[in-house]
Design a protein around this ligand. Structure first.
Ligand SMILES: Cc1cc2nc3c(=O)[nH]c(=O)nc-3n(C[C@H](O)[C@H](O)[C@H](O)COP(=O)(O)O)c2cc1C
Length: 221
């Protein structure tokens, strides 16, 4: 079994290029220290006002994995992989008590008293102004964290698959969040050791979807 001590982490460009969405995983467990490192690198992601509105559930228990797979059109990655990260997003995070966030930033010296004073009012105001977009904004934070996880996992010798194929209410039931209407499911990411390689399906030429200055001016590379 691969352990954290045996791994020479891949650099970021190499991890980006090497990463594939893996559909078949070995049942090998992830060493607890390695899983902890993944969690650390995941929550190192940036978020709007540093509110960290992601709510991440590590689904590891066999029965829980089976239930989560059933909520995900029986996609087998979730049963096979030793852990699936469920990235949920709390649309009300910016309205909750911000004290732990503000105190931490003051403790590290990143935010001075004036910044903290500003954020105390600005964050709830911004949040209130979002209205119906609160959910969308929280999901952005969660997806950015999921991207950190995927690249960190690749760098550390693991494989992943971003997953959109699930039924939100059913996933919420599995993680015990049925009663929370403000919790959205952003994405699921099984993590483990790949059982088989996958080829890169390739990408469109840049001039399809990359532009310079104006959406009508394709980037030629
Ligand atoms: C947001 C998102 C959702 C996806 N959902 C699924 C999924 O439910 N099941 C699956 O097998 N692959 C899923 N994929 C994987 C894509 O099919 C895959 O990323 C794409 O074909 C490109 O392949 P690559 O990731 O190996 O570059 C998803 C990818 C993304 C980014």
């Amino acid at each position: 079994m691969t352990t954290i001590t045996q791994i020479q982490p891949l650099d970021v460009p190499s991890a980006i290029v090497q990463r594939r969405s893996i559909k078949t995983f070995k049942s090998d467990p992830i060493a607890p220290e390695l899983l902890k490192q993944l969690v650390e690198l995941t929550v190192a992601a940036p978020s709007s006002f540093n509110v960290q509105s992601w709510r991440i559930v590590l689904v590891q228990d066999e029965a829980q994995r089976a239930a989560l797979a059933a909520a995900s059109w029986n996609q087998k990655q979730i049963v096979q992989a030793p852990v699936t990260f469920v990235f949920a997003a709390d649309a009300t995070a910016g309205e909750q008590d911000l004290t732990p966030i503000l105190e931490k930033a003051q403790e590290t010296g990143a935010w001075n008293e004036a910044t903290v004073g500003y954020f105390k009012n600005a964050v709830p105001q911004f949040q209130a102004g979002l209205g119906d977009k609160r959910r969308e904004y929280a999901i952005k934070d969660a997806i950015i964290a999921a991207t950190h996880l995927v690249l960190a996992a690749e760098s550390l010798g693991l494989s992943t698959c971003f997953m959109n194929g699930w039924i939100e209410d059913q996933v919420k039931a599995v993680i015990g969040a049925t009663d929370n209407p403000d919790l959205a499911i952003a994405v699921l990411v099984p993590v483990g050791y790949a059982a088989e390689p996958r080829l890169n399906p390739g990408r469109l030429p840049y001039d399809y979807n990359v532009f310079v200055d104006n959406i009508n001016n394709p980037y030629q590379g």
